[in-house]
Design a protein around this ligand. Structure first.
Ligand code: 5AD
Length: 362
């Protein structure tokens, strides 16, 4: 089928998505132009900023691809102090970011849960309730999600990593802590608590096929997700998945897959928030800008204090390890402009999809 015919369809099916994910040359140009136009017509060309604070790399999980997995004894563990976290959040507030993301390794001990609750209240208080807060601390109980929501968090990111249960099993240890169904259910719990719910996948994993990526896109749609962050898989030498690196496509191929995924997702879910992720930038210094050009509308500059930046190393060549918060911000504002988008400051930048969902509820 002609690419133009597919792009005019009101409902994309799996075969259409596979065709779009694989297209090249002139067809790729058509695809990207189309997703850019859809983005501009629905959510507009505004880009929302989220200051990312990586509060700790201590993690109870042992994901086979991740550089901060529990069994990686090469990783130097750190934890920011409350003061450092609050200072970073206030930096975001004073620099008109509108929102922060608190992210960290997964933990579920009572001290940790309480600490996050206190931090949320403190940041809300100090920003006069104006700073939006997104959390990303993995799988938690419904009670914990609710406590954090009540303390002021309103968005949550939890990547499903892959929607293919078999592949999920291949890239995680085989035990109850790493269960696909539990993870999927967490997304449901987050939606039930009232969070704007974000998820995403890794692209170009060993054993992953184009068909899996098409299924990932359909999964995001079927879950009625509000926000998505997805990026290329990047091999890390201190992880078990490193042994399968001969199965990988080139990093350039993975970047291309990443951009095609963003583009296709914009066609499939026109009104959601889509992040231009750091992993794209790890392959190509302009990877994030390319994603913004063709359909993404959220960017998450890293504002973690520099002293600990080097230790939150999920994958190798993670960019921005050596630039301070002011520098990252300035560079980012410049690059967003170059991609034909405008930064929206001092706004929460809620996903339009979520706003519509709420309207329909009442
Ligand atoms: N390559 C790319 N992304 C990774 N993540 C973890 N390890 C890697 C890797 N090696 C992503 C996961 C996780 C997010 C915080 O970082 O998708 O959810």
């Amino acid at each position: 089928m002609e690419i133009g015919t597919i792009l005019r369809k009101t409902e994309l099916e799996k075969a259409d998505l596979i065709r779009l994910l694989n297209c090249t040359g002139v067809e790729e140009k058509q695809l990207f132009q189309h997703s850019q136009a859809i983005r501009n017509q629905t959510v507009g060309n505004g880009v929302h900023m989220r200051g990312l604070i990586e509060i700790s790399n201590i993690c109870i999980k042992d994901c086979l691809y991740c550089g901060i997995r529990k069994s990686n004894h090469q990783a130097k563990r750190y934890e920011l102090s409350d003061e450092e976290i609050i200072r970073s959040a206030l930096f975001a507030y004073e620099n008109h970011y509108g929102s922060v993301v608190l992210q960290g390794g997964e933990r579920n001990d009572p001290d940790f849960i309480l600490r996050i609750e206190h931090l949320l209240k403190e940041i809300k208080h100090l920003s006069h309730d104006r700073l939006g807060i997104t959390l990303s601390f993995g799988e938690q109980s419904e009670e914990t999600y609710q406590r954090w929501f009540d303390a002021g968090a309103h968005r949550y990111l939890l990547r499903i990593e892959t929607s293919n249960e078999n592949l999920y099993r291949k890239i995680h240890p085989n035990n109850r802590l790493h269960d696909f169904h539990t993870r999927r259910n967490c997304l449901r719990l987050l939606q039930k608590c009232g969070y704007q719910t974000g998820t995403g996948v890794m692209i170009g994993l060993p054993f992953q096929k184009t068909e899996d990526l098409a299924d990932d896109l359909l999964f995001l749609k079927s879950m009625d997700i509000d926000m998505v962050g997805m990026g290329p898989y990047l091999e890390h030498r201190d992880t078990p998945l490193w042994a399968f690196r001969h199965l990988l496509g080139s990093q350039q191929d993975r970047l291309r897959w990443g951009l095609h995924m963003v583009s296709c997702l914009r066609l499939l879910m026109p009104d959601i928030n889509i992040a231009a992720t750091t992993a794209l930038q790890a392959i190509d210094p302009e990877g994030r800008e390319k994603a913004l050009q063709i359909g993404a509308n959220v960017i998450m500059p890293n504002i973690t204090p520099l002293t600990n930046r080097g230790n939150y190393r999920l994958y190798e060549n993670k960019p921005g390890m050596d630039e301070g918060a002011e520098d990252s911000t300035r560079r980012l504002i410049e690059s967003v402009r170059k991609s034909g988008c405008e930064i929206r400051l001092d706004q929460w930048g809620d996903s339009l999809h979520f706003q519509e969902r709420m309207k329909n509820r009442t």
